[in-house]
Ligand binder design. Structure first.
Ligand code: CMC
Length: 379
């Protein structure tokens, strides 16, 4: 009988005390530092939200202006980093490029002394400012285009869109991108955040912390889901009817991408607010057929998944919105990372406040006290 109990996936096992975000999975409630995420998505902006996550309080007007200024002036990436990105295979996934570029970025900036609060803050600002530039640069370069120099007269959302498409977004498009950045910025102790905290607990430098988190986000059960939602909707569109596809998927015990969440047992509040903001964009871009299909599929699955507490999560609709904006599928998860970096960094700073290296237990189930048989005596 083992004295310790195994909790697969660490479900229900707290791994830290945290004051950054809170979820009530039964009431569809997500708060950043106590403020409802829907309010932030509608009324705040990504810059203010990032400051709130990092510092724990909303900024004054002056603090926000100063933070915004710091971000705008740290967007450029070193030409050597552009050279590194140019050498990466253009057919590779942009998440791998982002992870590699962030790890490499750590070689350009002094950040090893994580007891230095000013250096930690500078690293945090630099990472939030530069991640969009890396994603946009890889995207442009892989198509044979020059990377676009970031503009300092645009906000985070507007500049990101500009670096991708070489044109400014309309106000409605800028707002929905900004809201997506706010909605994905933080989400309690999920896999990538935990991974970043584990790396941070070794006192590794922040670029390594963030590249660990980016690597964890690549998986289809985590950040990669919004890309797979679109693939799934392509399948649904090709089926004779939504119901026929659902019947077949249920019979084959398929997993419905963009549905389900370890914590939410009702519809993810981020999905609801995203749908609301998406309507403004669709008024400009036209209502995508995939969106109507997604709404129809949600209704068709409600009776099957609803009783199990499985509802759409944020990724169910975010991909459709990005698709309507002309953003390619493999950039969906990098955009998640461009946003979530604020939450990861807030957790890294929190971890350092009362750090103890993560060193969990295991339940050993292998053989013991085996003889070593020399190679020539083995069959
Ligand atoms: N489709 C069909 N059945 C599901 C789904 C789904 N999307 N999600 C959960 N279930 C079923 C699952 O088969 C299991 O059934 P049973 O008890 O009969 O074996 C039960 O619900 C519990 O599922 P689980 O996989 O043990 O739940 P979990 O908390 O470990 O996983 C999850 C949560 C998000 C990984 C899972 O719901 C899933 O794989 N969803 C699809 C992928 C997805 O949309 N991921 C994005 C998550 S939101 C963004 C983020 O946080 O990264």
């Amino acid at each position: 009988m083992n004295p310790i109990e195994l909790h697969p996936g660490l479900a229900d096992v707290p791994v830290a005390e945290s004051a950054i975000s809170f979820i009530d999975g039964h009431k569809a409630r997500l708060e950043y530092r106590g403020i409802a995420v829907e309010t932030l998505a509608r009324e705040s902006c990504y810059e203010e939200t990032a400051y709130l996550l990092l510092k724990g309080e909303l900024p004054t007007q002056r603090e926000l202006a100063d933070f915004d200024d710091q971000l705008r002036h740290r967007r450029r990436i070193k030409y050597k980093l552009i050279d590194i990105i140019k050498c990466l295979p253009e057919t590779g996934h942009p998440m791998y490029a982002l992870q590699a570029a962030v790890a490499a970025m750590g070689m350009f900036y002094p950040a090893r002394d994580v007891t230095n609060a000013q250096s930690n803050w500078d690293s945090a600002v630099r990472l939030i400012a530069k991640l969009p530039t890396v994603v946009a640069a890889f995207h442009r370069l892989r198509h044979g285009d020059d990377a676009i120099t970031p503009r300092d007269d645009l906000d985070q959302a507007g500049n990101f869109y500009y670096m991708l498409f070489e044109r400014e977004p309309s106000p409605a498009i800028r707002k929905v991108i900004d809201a997506c950045l706010v909605l994905h910025a933080e989400h309690t102790m999920n896999a990538s955040t935990f991974s970043g905290r584990v790396t941070g607990s070794t006192l590794a430098n922040p670029y390594t912390v963030i590249s660990s988190a980016i690597g964890t986000l690549t998986g289809p059960l985590h950040g990669g889901a919004n890309e797979e939602v679109l693939d799934m909707l392509d399948e649904v569109a090709a089926a004779p009817s939504v119901q026929a596809w659902v019947d077949d998927a249920v019979a084959k015990k398929k997993k419905f991408m963009g549905f389900g969440h370890r914590v939410y047992k009702v519809k993810d509040p981020r999905a609801t607010v995203l749908q609301e903001l998406a309507e403004h964009v669709f008024a400009e871009t036209g209502r995508p057929k995939r969106y109507d299909l997604a709404v129809e599929l949600e209704a068709a699955l409600a009776g099957i998944l609803g009783p199990k507490g499985i509802y759409p999560n944020v990724d169910y609709y975010s991909g459709i919105v990005y698709n309507a904006l002309g953003i390619p599928r493999d950039l969906f998860t990098p955009i998640f990372a461009v946003s979530r970096v604020a939450g990861w960094l807030a957790h890294w700073l929190e971890q350092l406040q009362h750090n103890r290296i993560y060193r969990p237990e295991q339940i050993y189930v292998g053989k013991r006290e085996q003889p070593y048989v020399t190679l020539e005596k083995r069959p």
